[in-house]
Design a protein around this ligand. Sequence first.
Ligand code: MSP
Length: 425
Amino acid sequence: MNSQFYVTTPIYYVNAEPHIGHAYSTIVADVLNRFYSLAGFETFFLTGTDEHGDKIVSAAENSGQTPKEYVDRISGLFRTLWPKLNISNNYFVRTTDPGHQDTVRFILNRVNENDDIYFSEYEGLYCFGCERFYTERELVDGKCPDHRTEPEVIKESNYFFRMSKYQDWLIDHIRQNPGFIRPERYKNEVLSFLKEPLEDLCISRPKSRLKWGITLPFDENFVTYVWFDALINYVSAVGYPDGEGFKQFWPSAQHIIAKDILKPHGIYWPCMLKSAGIEPYQHLNVHGYWNVNEGKMSKSIGNVVRPLELVDIYGLDAFRYFLMRDMVFGLDSEFSEEGLVARINADLANDLGNLVSRSLTMVCKYFKGELPEPGHSDAADEELRIATLELVDRYEELMKGLGFHKALMAIWEMIGRLNTGQIGY
Ligand code: MSP
């Protein structure tokens, strides 16, 4: 059995401050990391920030700072937030780290030596928000589905990665490894995308247009496209190519992402790994979106939910419990403060609180406040013991399958049985 566990979150853009969506992915990774660590696995948990690209340059300009000053500041916000949410990451990677940049150049050289990179002129529809070209069929009413803006026509010479070469391999790999992309709905989404011919990926930006990036090792007039840079964090942070960490942890790698970045992770990344001669990751775990008032959170609408404000009012464990209990991993969830309060009152104060309070009262009343050694166990005790052991097995299975809300429901079912006296006293 594999006794290593390696989990990653997306590395977050530093063009916005952390909100509940970032907190959710990172808490899920933290929960999994703690779970595997308690189960005796050697674990490695990675998070970090994605700091290159057009978006960052404009955000820096807007705040009157140089890109470097700006990324240091916002990356710092993420780094100081995580301990406050009890996040136990082993490392925090930044794409501006010199070590990461070396690894990106190393991989670009390998892919290039493998004849998987070519230079060509391209005219396409470019969304500056997404920092990528769109094909006509990906647009909705002629607009970027994410930013709802019309892409601009851009014509330039660039380097391309022969992603199309790996299409058949990727389809086979996904089919042969059913848990490669999970839950199922996202696996199907990727497979359905792969029914159409896969286009090669533009992996450079001319420095005349963008300077804030990693210079290509084989042409100093170009920087690396942000995704080709960012995805590599998952291997650079554990010391690829020669580091012990890479050898030890990469074979067990699991990524946590939301559905917005399924394509780069489900398609670009495995093809990049294949071309560079690196084994694919084990699992891509994809969750849905936290929405507010049935819509996306956004700064302009002013409905961004800030995790620390909630933690200050309701407490950290209650906040983490709510996130894990209320979202079905893979589906969207609606966030509301009323929902959070209702969950805390019903589950934590009522169910769990009652059980703890009754147990403590009985220990005080009948045993002078000290826990006695277990006495003779009768049929009710035995039933409780068996049910609890069964619960542990069920819980482990559900956690491994990302059924966090079900794992918690299973525990609360037991709490309910204890409270209503269906078991034990
Ligand atoms: N920098 C890229 C990721 C590169 S990974 C190699 C990026 N950054 S991001 O800051 O936009 O973060 C996107 C991720 O943040 C989502 O995939 C998800 O993990 C989290 N979330 C952001 N908003 C979210 C919600 N409203 N709900 C749930 N999670 C969301 O994309």
